[in-house]
Write a protein that binds this ligand. Structure first.
Ligand code: ADP
Ligand code: ADP
Length: 227
């Protein structure tokens, strides 16, 4: 539900190596953007700068027209889904999804509504009372996605969410994410992967990175199926 604008964004780590140079990118509300590129090209760095987990060394990041460089992660309206789904092992699926809303002192009925809505969307309703250890890897990753959904973020960031799953689960969970995109058409999604199939099936636009630069931006057809 948000526009994002990156203007001349740079990243220099403490070791003084410039790993990101003058990134310029406009992302429209509701777009599904996939960052692809070889290992070490800066995909995670870029995602972490957008989330606020990593400081921006130069340039500006705007969300809905507001510069957010100095705004902490919790206030950016962004939710991130990581490669390894760090669920709370002693909490049920329901409580894992409810937890961040409880911390934020959201009213109980509203928490229940959001958790059940997310569970329906992700086909987790039958598992709400289970502990994470009684779920498959794919189901656990869906709970991690559910935790992001309940917060109704403006922007979803996915950092290689399927890479820890075996092949069959990867396909099934990829389809869940495609469904999520359909059922939340107003949510802006940014997704990092090095898997071309994921990029082609999920992306509205693909951003190809190479050594800290944007190499190419285009639709899946433009990037992968040129004659
Ligand atoms: P990718 O996600 O595409 O694999 P990364 O964003 O993880 O790439 O890394 C981009 C570059 O930045 C790499 O050269 C990596 O070694 C470097 N890098 C990442 N994190 C740090 C850090 N905390 N300190 C110094 N260099 C880093
Ligand atoms: P990924 O492959 O998922 O991008 P990495 O193995 O590149 O993850 O990075 C794992 C962690 O190590 C990250 O927190 C990253 O910031 C850090 N890191 C990566 N490269 C460097 C580096 N050259 N110097 C210091 N920290 C780094």
């Amino acid at each position: 539900m948000a526009d994002l604008k990156l203007t001349n964004v740079k990243k220099v780590y403490a070791n003084q190596v410039e790993v990101m140079r003058d990134i310029n990118l406009d992302i429209k509300k509701g777009e599904f953007i996939v960052f692809v590129g070889p290992s070490g090209c800066g995909k995670s760095t870029l995602l972490r700068m957008i989330s606020g987990l990593e400081e921006i060394s130069g340039g500006t990041l705007e969300i809905d027209g507001q510069v957010v460089n100095d705004i902490p992660p919790s206030l950016r309206g962004i939710a991130m889904v990581f490669q390894s789904y760090a669920l709370y092992p002693h909490m049920t699926v329901y409580d894992n999804m409810a937890f961040s809303l409880q911390i934020a002192k959201v009213e109980k009925g509203e928490i229940d509504k959001q958790v059940r809505r997310a569970a329906e969307m992700l086909q987790l309703t039958p598992y709400l009372d289970r502990l994470p250890k009684a779920l498959s890897g794919g189901q656990r990753q869906r709970v991690a996605i559910g935790r992001a959904i309940v917060r109704r973020p403006k922007v979803f960031l996915f950092d290689e969410p399927l890479s820890n799953l075996d092949a069959a689960l990867r396909v099934a969970t990829r389809m869940e994410i495609a469904n999520l995109k359909e059922s939340m058409p107003d949510s802006t999604m940014i997704y990092v992967t090095h898997d071309q199939v994921e990029a082609m099936t999920l992306a509205d636009r693909i951003v190809l990175l190479s050594a800290g630069n944007i190499e190419q931006v285009g639709s899946p057809l433009e990037l992968y199926e040129r004659p």
